[in-house]
Design a protein around this ligand. Sequence first.
Ligand code: SF4
Length: 678
Amino acid sequence: MPRVLTTCIYCGCGCGLYLVSDGKKLIGAYPSRNHPVSRGSLCVKGWNSYEFSNDLNRLTVPLIKKGGKFIQASWDEALGLIAEKFRGYRDKHGPDSLAFLSSAKTTNEENFLMMKLARAVFKTNNVDHCARLCHASTVVGLAATFGSGAMTNSINEFEDAEVILITGSDTTAQHPLIGSRIVNAVKDRGAKLIVIDPREIELAKYAAVHARQKNGTDVAWINGLINVIISEGLQDKKFIEERTEGFEALKDLVKEYTPEYVENITSIPKEKLVEIARIYAKAAKAMIVYSMGITQHTTGVDNVKSLANLAMVTGHIGFSSTGVNPLRGQNNVQGSCDTGALPNLFSGYQAVADEALRKKFETVWGVQELPSKPGLTVTEIMSAAGKGAVKGLYIMGENPVISDPDSNHVRDCLEKCEFLVVQDIFLTDTAEYADVVLPSASFAEKDGTFTNTERRVERIRKVIEPPGEAKADWQILCEVAKKMGYQKMDYNHPSEIMDEIAGLTPIYAGISYERLDPYGIQWPCPAKDHPGTPVLHKEKFTRGKGAFAPRPYIPPAEPTDKEYNFVLSTGRVYWHWHTRTMTNRTSTLERESPEAYVEMNIEDAKELGIRDNQIVKVSSRRGTISVKTKLGHKVVKGSLFIPFHFREAAANVLTICAVDPIAKIPEYKVCAVKVEKI
Ligand code: SF4
């Protein structure tokens, strides 16, 4: 049977796996033994990653909505309509009446082309993608403090850490292969694990200390740790002196955050805070691991900056098994950011506001006057579509009806959007609102690259043909550009797009398809003979000196009150991925996790007379869902947790669209809700 080495479509671990086909269909998947991340293992999603591509409900032909119904159309007809409408809006209402949502599920090459289409062809910077919803705070926060918004270390380095501090990441559920490295580090090598998480996540079982902070109080406990470290003289004076700037301001700010003060805000007992500070500061090699529990707040950037402060105060950055490690969620969310699917940045985090950089892109793309004003973000695009400011919206491989906060608002905006194009592999909840639907190829049906959470750019390889008339996303984008009369988006193969990316993007400059075989290269890779970079900020930070960024504690946007008396947090489960469009078409995953639930503390349930497995109504100020209870002690009293994957009880009906003022990331992790018996 033909087998092809490729990269898993699900999480940011980026495991290497073989897909097996019978020539027409995929019939299996198994791990690569030699791949540095998978090393002969996959999680259950990876083992079953072949199934959804074969699903009979795949989109196979373009569709145009006529009289409220989707009618089969030819490619020429569908692309012609898109070009006509988008050209019309651009000419009548200006380029910013258009917006483009790119996708962390698609390849680097496709994200690069989406931003090229938006910027070079339509002259708007209104291009963004779902990193806005997961790690926009990381991009901003780590760029400001270190100069580079990415994992500072590599996945295998977890095994040699002496201390691992994990916060806001249910790692075994969301990044299972990294979760297992961390468990190995504890069980086999005696690493000390510190878990700071309001929920009793799986890794808490292995923790030397588990502190359960109140949701949304992260800046307070991080400042508290720094307070203890400085008061006990545990800071790394040499590192601070030689490699950083701005320490005195941080020292002044954290004076207020005594263990007692922090306990009042966070509920973390003061003794525990002191214990954690000592364990972390005294370690020779300590790694911070975080994910969306840190970033998805109105203070997401402050949270990230505060973690960077903590690492720099102790000198725990810039060495092997020592650093700050944001775990990026989707398979290619790192790469989508790297390749410029962001409203203010070209590929390689080069600012659109910089004239010299614009000139560089204009020369290669053969255009003039690329837009200099940063465009709208995901949530701003959606609201603008609802208000009529954005008239033509193009969504590639995203499902905002389920993934964005305040779903009812999103539905309303999409309903009001004048012309919506959705390009996807299935008719998603979002595609239902489209005027034109374009069928695209799955990861097994095209070539390209993903960049995993440790900055490893790695190949995906075509195994089978796409179904029906479906085409790779990069091909579709090129055809739209051609319909618009733009000639410089004409490629025979994605390797040519990567060559263009390398030519324009210093951190990818040394990358080419030949060099990526077999297991990829970690950026920065500035030259064709550069081996790639497993550890960032070794001799100096990307920005030169590390910049301390003191931040005060600010409470979440929506406090609880008498009526909405529970704090809701949302997240993921081990068995499913994102909006479940792929995992719900995978029999094993659906069998293990077929429906939504709300985790509730058993004491709260007793007080309300609610039983386990009982359907209850959960409401916020934005909407109501009905969902089954799962009682226990996984969440503390007064808190609830609902996985966001399930359209039948969509948690994002409840979440709030309050955003971080800089990163514009929504506060998925805290909103006020109430629970009622039905
Ligand atoms: Fe895929 Fe992530 Fe599982 Fe690896 S850990 S197999 S990348 S879902």
